[in-house]
Design a protein around this ligand. Sequence first.
Ligand code: PMP
Length: 508
Amino acid sequence: MSRSLPPALAAYQWPPSNAAIAARTGLDARAIIRFDGNVPPAPPASARPAAIARALADVNEYDRGRYEPLRAAIAARHDVAMDQVVLGAGSDELIVLCARVFAENGTVATVPAVSYSMYRYAALMAGATMVDDPRDADLVFVCRPNNPTGELPDVPVVRGQLVIDEAYADYAGVDALDRVGDGAVVLRTFSKAFGLAGARVGYAVADAERCAVLTSRQAPLSVSSLSAALALAGLASPPDVSAQIAERARLADALAALGLVATPSYTNFLYVPMEDPAALVERLLPYGVVLRAFAGGLRISVRDEVDDDVLLGALSHELADGEAPVAVTRHRRATAETRLSVRLRPWGQGRVLVSTGEGFYDHMLQQLAFHGGMDLRLEGVGDPETGEHHVVEDMMRTFGEALDEALGDRRGLARYGEARVPMDEALAHAVVDLSGRATATLAIDPDPGMAAHAFESLAQTARITLHVTASGRNAHHVAEAAFKAVGRALAQALARDGAMIRSTKGSL
Ligand code: PMP
C-alpha cells in the first residue's frame, strides 16, 4: 500500500514568461521588456565567462570548503565573523528556512502588513499561521525596504524572532545590521543591485548560534559552485546604484506628469497606488511592456532611460493621446568570449552610448551611430584576456545584426549614400548601398588595428555594400574620419524615399 500524496500547497506564482506573452500578443519575445522583476536591466560587468572558468574546471567536485572565499568576502563586507554568514539558493530559500526553523506550526507576521508574498508561502510550508499583530508572532518578517510599496518601515520591538529582509537595502543606503547583535537575522541577496537573480545566491547574517541552527536544518551546499563564483566576482566590484537612483527620480517625475503618482521609494521600483491596476497592466502588454498589478496599486521596476522611455511612450499613448512609441530593435549576442546587448532606433536623435570596455572602438562606433542619426545603446563585456579582436568584431556584428533586423525588407529607403569626411590631415570617403549583399572594399591607411575588420564585420551582418577609402598620417584620425563618413553615408541611405523597395528586382 502506497501512502497517499500530501495536498499541493498554494505556491508562489510566477508571472507569465516572455514566450507566453509573445504567444498571446503576437510580439517577438525579444521585444518584451520586464518591468515586473525588480532586477537591473543588464548583468554586471563582473559576470563574464572568465569569472566562472575556475569553478567550471572543478565542477565535478563538491566544494568541501563550503565556499569559504565567498563567505569570507561577505563577512568582510559587513564586518562580521565568517560563522555569522549562511548562504542560500536565493534569499527565498532562507525565507523558507527561517519559517521552518523559527515558526514550525507556530505564527508568522509581516511588517508592513502588505509585503512580499513569499513570507506567506513560507509560513504555509512550515505549517504556521499568519497573524496580524507582529507583537504576538513567533516570527516577524520585516521587509525593509518593502516590496511592493518601496517604503522603509521602522523595525518594531517584538517578542518573537525578527528576520529583516534587506533585498533592496543597497538602494536605500541604510540597513539594520546593527540589530544582529540583538538576535535579529538579516537577509540579503545578489539578485537585485548585484544583478545576479538567475544565479540564485542569497545569504543570512546573524549571530553564530542562530547561523549554526539554520545551517543544520538546510540541505548541504544548496548554492552551486558556478553561482558562488559569480557572487564572489560581484563582491570584488560592488554595484554603483547612483544611476538607478537618478533614473528612479526621472521616471517618477515623468509618471507623475501622466497622472501616475508614485509613493516615495527606497528601492529600484516605484509603486503607484490605484484602483484596478490589472486593467492597465493588460492594456500595456501589446506594447511589450510588462508591469505588475497588486491589490492596491501598480509596481514598476526602474530599468534605464531607453527601456523606461518605451514604457513612458506606451503610457502616454494609452493615457494621454500621445503618439505611438517608435519601436526599438533589441538584439543580444552571447558567445564564449563576449556578451553584448544592443538597442537600436536607426531613425533617432543621435542618442548614443557604446560601452564594451574597448574604449577606442566604443568611441568609433559611437561616432558612426551619432553621425548616422541613430539612437544606439550597445553594452556588454568581453574577456580582456583574449584581447580587443573578439570584442570589436562582436560589437560590430551585434550592431550589424540589429541594423539588418531594424531595416526589415528595406522598403521605402533611399538605399544609396555617400560622404566625405575630413579629420585634420586625414580624409575618408564612404559609399554605402543597402544592397542585401555583404561586400566591403576597404583601403584604410594607416589602420589603427581593427578598423578594416570592424567595417567588414558590419557589412557582413547588416548585409550592405560598403566602400571606404581613408588615409592620413595619424591612424586615430584616419579611423575616426572613416567611421564618421560611414555614419553619414548610412544616414543618406536610410532616408525615407517613397514606398517602394528601391530595386528593379523587387527585393533587397
Ligand atoms: N525578498 C524580497 C523583498 C524580494 O522582493 C525578493 C525577490 N522578489 C526576494 C526576497 C527573493 O530574492 P532571491 O530569492 O532572488 O534572493
